[in-house]
Design a binder for this molecule. Structure first.
Ligand SMILES: *Cc1c(COP(=O)(O)O)cnc(C)c1O
Length: 355
């Protein structure tokens, strides 16, 4: 048993991988692979319908929001969002909480006025900025709900009195959210949903078509809404596997159960980080991510031996991102308590040996 702590692409539930593997050999009773059938076939159309229905049911998505499965990754949504929502003379507020926010800011600047309302760059993105002024007249405020690299997360959806546009790539489906607070949510699948290759977008339909700009057909959300994410050939297999993951989520109690389990996992590992003399947390305690647990060694010389010891115990993917150093344990929905306990055991064994 290998425990997968990689940040993305990341762990998926074993039953999902088994069904996904079977579908590559023969999908349903077709005697054909899911990889070789038309996206217009009734079998695949049913997959697409189910994927959308699962998103709606997991997150209680209201009828006036569209659910889309697009390509180009969350990185394409950095420009997609501003191109569709922000007029040339309009202003959007962005919160800079790290690498991904920065990339979103850079792209959005191509389309309108961008005001960076707050940034945690002064402390290497180790906290979520909370006290800052909200100017009037903002079209939307963009935030990154979970910062995969630095390991910070909004514990609650902030209320700025302005519609939100949110990059939820690394914590979507990890807890319940109130969709009505958002004009648009996007998430690359490969963190908490499925394989790389598909991006989930949830968008309030009546915020579209409000700006004067010629948008290329493929980059206009309205195209994909009108065609049910099938204007062109969709990433059929990543959508199928994401649909299976969502089915697994529903069978396992949905986002409420995930929230409970994610909090238990977080308590277990952060408890150990705070207790263990060989490790320390790397972000503000109130802002700790339940998805990407970042921590540092109390002695730089611990890095390599700890990673080696973890690997020996089959805990993999624990090296921290180069911008933070130390360690990062990604504990997405599919990671169970046993996996986190295994890691905690390794941390304790390490402390016995090195302290
Ligand atoms: C991984 C990640 C991205 C980039 O996703 P791609 O699908 O690779 O473009 C963007 N935002 C966040 C928060 C991420 O974790």
């Amino acid at each position: 048993m290998t425990y997968n702590f990689f940040a993305g692409p990341a762990i998926l539930p074993k039953p999902v991988l088994e069904k996904a593997a079977q579908a590559v050999k023969s999908f349903e009773d077709l005697d054909l692979s899911i990889l070789e059938i038309s996206h217009r076939s009734p079998q695949f159309v049913a997959v697409m319908d189910k994927a959308e229905a699962n998103v709606r049911s997991l997150l209680n998505v209201p009828e006036d929001y569209a659910v889309l499965f697009l390509t180009g990754g969350a990185s394409s949504q950095f420009y997609f969002t501003a191109m569709n929502l922000l007029g040339e003379n309009e202003t959007a507020g962005y919160i800079d909480t790290g690498t991904w926010s920065n990339k979103a800011i850079k792209e959005a600047k191509l389309f309108g006025n961008i005001k960076v309302l707050a940034s945690s760059k002064d402390k290497n993105y180790s906290y979520i900025p909370k006290d800052f002024d909200i100017p009037s007249g903002l079209k939307y405020i963009h935030l990154t709900s979970n910062n995969t690299i630095s390991g910070t997360q909004y514990q609650e959806v902030p209320d700025y009195g302005v519609p939100l546009v949110c990059d939820m790539s690394s914590d979507i489906f990890s807890k319940p959210i109130d969709i009505k607070k958002f004009d648009l949510i996007y998430a690359g699948a490969q963190k908490n949903l499925g394989p790389a290759g598909v991006t989930l977008v949830i968008v309030k339909k009546d915020v579209l078509g409000k700006i004067e700009r010629d948008i290329p057909t493929m980059l206009d959300y309205r195209t994909h809404i009108a065609k049910g994410s099938m204007f062109n050939t969709p990433p059929a297999y990543p959508i199928y596997v994401s649909m299976l993951t969502m089915e697994w989520l529903l069978e396992n109690g949905g986002v409420n159960a995930m929230q409970k389990r994610n909090e238990e996992k977080a308590a277990l590992i952060y408890g150990e980080i705070d207790r263990n003399p060989c490790f320390k947390g790397s972000v503000h305690a109130d802002d700790r991510s339940r998805m990407n647990v970042t921590f540092l060694p109390t002695n730089e010389a611990f890095v390599e031996p700890f990673l080696a010891m973890a690997k020996e115990a089959r805990c993999v993917g624990l090296a921290g991102h180069r911008s933070v150093g130390g360690f990062r344990a990604s504990t997405y929905n599919s990671m169970n308590i046993e996996g986190v306990q295994k890691l905690v055991d390794v941390m304790q064994a390490f402390a016995k040996k090195h302290n």
